[in-house]
Write a protein that binds this ligand. Sequence first.
Ligand code: B12
Ligand code: SF4
Length: 474
Amino acid sequence: MKVLFIEPPKEEWFVMGEYLPPPYGIIQLAAYLEKEAKDVEIEVLDCNAQHVDWNDLQKHIETSNPDIVASSSLATCNTYVVARTLETAKKANPDILTVTGGQHFTATAQESLETFPEIDVIVRGEGEQTITELVRNATDKAAQAKTKGISFRHKGKVVHNPPRPLIENLETLPYPGYHLVKNVVHKYHFAMMAGSDAPYALIEGARGCPHDCTFCTQWQHWEGKWRAKSPKRIAEEMEFCHQNYGSKFIWLTDDNLGAGTRINDLADEIIKRKMPDDVTWFVQARCDDIVRNKEALPKLRRSGLNWVLLGVENPEPATLTNFRKGIVPEDARQAVKLLKENGIFAHTMFIIGNRKDTVQSISQVREFAQELDPDFVMFGILTPFPGTEIYEEAKRNGWIEDSNWSHYDMVHAIMPTETLSTKEVQEELYNCYRRFYGSWTRRFQGLFSDNKLKRRVFWYMASKGLLNQLKALF
Ligand code: B12
Ligand code: SF4
């Protein structure tokens, strides 16, 4: 029995410049399968790192000769890329069982199995135990059809098996399976965030989030539960990646660093390991949690945390309430200030294009970004990702004007607001970026900043022409 995990050829999300990320989801699944099903042969093909394009993929699958092909998906915008990968597997050998999973396919299992005949099985929700059972029962079709957590076609109908309970203790998961991509592991990098020569690793400290924002897929995907590894285990994984793979830029995949009470201990555990100063890490956090944990920030900085992405979303309290974000604008002011005071790169994310947005309210978003003056800003367009409440609302009300999944990347406008057309929302995104990055004062301050990170980001953005790329979208 052979399972081939594939990270398909993907285009970069251009807003963050040039990067090559490790395909963490599938190496995690493959490492678990390796541990639990010792007789199974496993191969991980990272098309982007191994320079396998669409022309070469079929040949590669034929040579590999797997019984099962499992494709990574990551985000809604990769839907067609996943379908094409599994279609290619079927062309190589129609007997291959094709599988995918993740947020998008979990939320659209019925529709996706109706639309894409090349997908045999969708693994809904948490993948490790389900893919292992699916592989174990590969020669017993009746047993396989009973696997919890899968959706598949049977006699022309889509069948959804009951969900699989979540793994109770995430520490039963193996360490990240970077050995499964060891020939390319040195290539993973994030040019703008850490430079092209800093080996980049993803590490998972938790799954899910205790909050329930209406635009977010994460809490729904992980059933409203937040499960975390201990600070000790997270620090051990960081050290493991640094020692074994030379990782210097570590992205903790947690959506919400501040959930629970682990921040202080996490900083202590990382500091205790005395990794070199050029090993840095990044994470996403809520503004209120940064404020709540302000005493721990100096220690976090000493542990190597040098970049935090904050979900500021909007300056309008009513919009924050509508999003069920649970923060107030003052949290954002405080959080940005605290990060900057502690030498941590403050990266903020704003969302425009909610139903009530007008030219005026979006200009307030821009002005709020100016006022906060973070080191780096990203503006995103409210995108109705399947699996979110916003999606259900938008679908019910017929707001969705673009059903091309490859546009669901928060850069393409998908729906109008009450007063702005979809095209106008698109133009407003450009205006937001132009207001923040178009100013010569800000450009000079960035390009010649004392802060090395800030300098790199601004030089990088200047060289990549982000504004022009955004303008080309309308
Ligand atoms: C790191 C990251 C990135 C990295 C790239 C990482 C990579 N490997 O390519 C960067 C920064 C480049 C990135 C870019 C983008 N990202 Co991103 N990213 C993440 C993040 C933080 C971690 C991903 C991860 O490794 N998770 C850990 C793994 C173990 O979890 P998992 O992927 O969910 O997999 C589990 C299950 O879902 C399931 N599963 C998943 N896939 C499969 C496949 C098979 C075969 C099976 C059996 C099971 C299975 O099993 C796994 C183990 O249980 C997630 C949020 C999160 N915490 O997951 C967002 C997230 C995936 N990103 C998201 C988005 C929207 C984007 C972007 C569009 C940009 C943006 N606007 O944010 C781009 C798209 C880029 C592209 N074209 O692919 C959204 C996706 C929502 C959606 N439905 O589309 C997420 C969920 C963030 C969020 N809060 O909404 N991202
Ligand atoms: S947006 Fe952030 S805080 Fe809100 S549910 Fe998603 S991960 Fe949690």
